[in-house]
Write a protein that binds this ligand. Structure first.
Ligand code: 13P
Ligand code: SF4
Length: 303
């Protein structure tokens, strides 16, 4: 069944001039069939630059939206129409506009994990792999950062000379990772290195041997001489970590960290999406034009 579906998806992909992109949190069978797998920053660049007319984005809504904002001439499809990001939904455009009014002298920076309508109110977007680089290049002393208070706090720690106004949002899956779960694993594996996504709370980040994006975590583990790792992020990352490092051991605190929306993609819904051109991502043109500015600034400043 898997073999047959894989064959059909690959045939349809050629027939429809489509590329399949998948985030590192997608199920293993989706990462295996994708043309490109990566973090949010990498995938946004591939979606922008790929020659194919159709992009099938296996991820969550803000990723598909960002692809459409950057490449309005392309058809962007998502295998699951309602695959959202709980963190992105914690900020809306009306609230953001109100906060900006209170701080007219601040630069408004949004995590790419935000809706198109919110991006339309922001000066620059960042991803976890590009945030420190980008904030290091902006001269503004006052920064509104949204929607992730954990990533915001992590960035703020690196720029004590700047004033940060942080939104009170978070990723429920990363925010729930407990210090005791990491400590328990550390007792059993004292030599293990702790790799942490910046969406985790401060007490977890403070324990980290490395803090960074999904791609950063994979790169660090692959280059490290250590053989055991405690990985504080979504478990989908294990597929690439284990593929690149078959001789190393990777452990998720508490045994499992699962983003439910990332796991909605299946080979079946990927196939029907390609077959029927379903779940096309649509972004209102006025919003798209404004949101584009924040994504273009991200790519420009991250270079
Ligand atoms: P990365 O950009 O590190 O892949 O993170 C995306 C994300 O949604 C983390 O929860
Ligand atoms: Fe959003 Fe968290 Fe899922 Fe990442 S892991 S897509 S931040 S809900």
């Amino acid at each position: 069944m898997v073999k047959e579906l894989t064959k059909k998806i690959n045939e349809l992909k050629k027939e429809k001039d489509a590329i399949i992109l998948a985030h590192f949190y997608q199920p293993p069978e989706i990462q295996a069939i994708a043309d490109e797998v990566g973090d949010s920053y990498y995938l946004s660049e591939i979606a922008r630059d790929c020659p194919q007319k159709t992009v099938v984005f296996c991820g969550v809504k803000f990723m598909g939206e960002s692809a459409k904002i950057l490449s309005p001439e392309k058809t962007v499809l998502m295998p699951v129409a309602n695959a959202g990001c709980v963190m992105a939904d914690m900020a809306n455009d009306i609230q953001v506009a109100a906060l900006k009014k209170k701080h007219p002298d601040a630069l408004t920076v949004c995590y790419i994990n935000s809706t198109a309508a919110v991006k339309a109110h922001c000066d620059v977007s960042v991803t976890s792999s590009s945030a420190l680089n980008i904030l290091g290049k902006v001269e503004n002393k006052k920064i509104i950062f949204l929607p992730d208070r954990n990533l915001g706090e992590y960035i703020a720690e690196h720029f004590p000379e700047k004033e940060f106004i942080l939104w009170d949002g978070c990723c429920l899956f990363h925010d729930r990772i407990k210090l005791e779960e990491i400590e328990k694993l550390k007792e059993e594996y004292p030599d293990a290195e702790v790799l942490v996504h910046p969406e985790c709370r401060k007490e977890i980040r403070d324990m980290a041997d490395y803090t960074g994006s999904t791609s950063g975590i994979i790169k660090y583990a692959t280059n490290s001489n250590c053989k055991e790792f405690i990985v504080a992020t979504e478990e989908g990352i294990l597929y690439e970590l284990e593929k690149q490092n078959p001789d190393k051991k990777f452990m998720i605190p508490g045994g499992s960290v699962r983003c439910a929306d990332m796991k909605k993609t299946t080979l079946e819904n990927l196939y029907t999406t390609l077959l029927n051109g379903e779940n096309e991502v649509v972004v209102d043109e006025q919003i798209r034009e404004k949101a584009l500015k924040s994504l273009l600034n991200m790519h420009k400043l991250a270079e």
